[in-house]
Design a binder for this molecule. Sequence first.
Ligand SMILES: Cc1cc2nc3c(=O)[nH]c(=O)nc-3n(C[C@@H](O)[C@H](O)[C@H](O)COP(=O)(O)OP(=O)(O)OC[C@H]3O[C@@H](n4cnc5c(N)ncnc54)[C@H](O)[C@@H]3O)c2cc1C
Length: 290
Amino acid sequence: MKAPPFAYVRPATLDDVLGELAGGDAKVLAGGQSLVPVLAMRLGRPATLVDIGAVRELHAVESRDGLRVGAAVRQRTIERSAEARAVPLIGMALPFVGHRELRSRGTVVGSLAHADPAAELPAVAACLEASIEVAGPAGRRTVPATEFFTGAMTTGAGPEDVVVAVTFPAARPGEGFGFAEIARRHGDFALAGVAARVRVGADGAVEQARITGFGISDRPVTRDVTALVREHPTEERLRPETARLAAEVVDTGGDAHGSTGYRRRLYGVLAARELAAALRRARTSTEEAA
Ligand SMILES: Cc1cc2nc3c(=O)[nH]c(=O)nc-3n(C[C@@H](O)[C@H](O)[C@H](O)COP(=O)(O)OP(=O)(O)OC[C@H]3O[C@@H](n4cnc5c(N)ncnc54)[C@H](O)[C@@H]3O)c2cc1C
């Protein structure tokens, strides 16, 4: 199917982008890797596509307080950048986002704005408590990633808003991460996946543990599991606990690729494995820093 007719504009400033979005019948075009298929399937009919690629400030990658990624920065740029190594979870997740060709067009922020419940980067943002900067008719605001995703393909950004950037906190000594997903084929969206973050003190004791599941609900689902990891610090001991957690957090309906029960099983197994791996890495990073 062909896309319905639309106008195309490529403003050079953020103010002009906002001007074009005013009225709510226009859509931001970032990498086009999700938007163009949506148009081709006629699931959306915006009057205008507002290409943000010519807005220079949106191409910036900064590593002052964590990693700040502008809205026009491609996923592949981050995958290859030295600055991004400060945020190991992004490096662990990006290879699972489609294929390299898609990542060379798709943007990090576009994935957050699109908010597919099975997408990897929204889960990374939620797990790390990233900050998302949004500009709109009423000015700029910063939304915590944990509040940004409000449902399937729905976020705290409205139709007249543009997401300007995301800032991921850099890993600190004593932090370790885990990431895994199960998909039918490499490059497909996840049937179920998890991102994990564990922080330990100088003595190796667990100070904080968080896990975010994706592909399991209508948005990334994050839980503080500090007490759980403290009491059950091995994969074997975590397994029954994460199976119980899966029963609580996995509420997506079954489909042709897997039932709800199957996804709960995947989540439970992956969660135990990646939390244990994150704990091991956290302890190694404390030893290396000592
Ligand atoms: C075959 C295939 C497989 C894929 N597999 C995966 C996968 O496994 N995991 C995964 O996460 N993704 C996957 N994707 C999607 C991924 O490639 C996209 O890059 C990503 O979802 C959207 O990024 P984009 O920059 O291409 O955004 P676009 O397609 O340009 O935009 C997507 C949506 O977000 C909005 N938007 C984009 N940027 C902004 C902004 N700055 N402010 C406000 N709104 C904005 C657009 O208006 C649109 O509604 C796949 C895509 C394809 C075609």
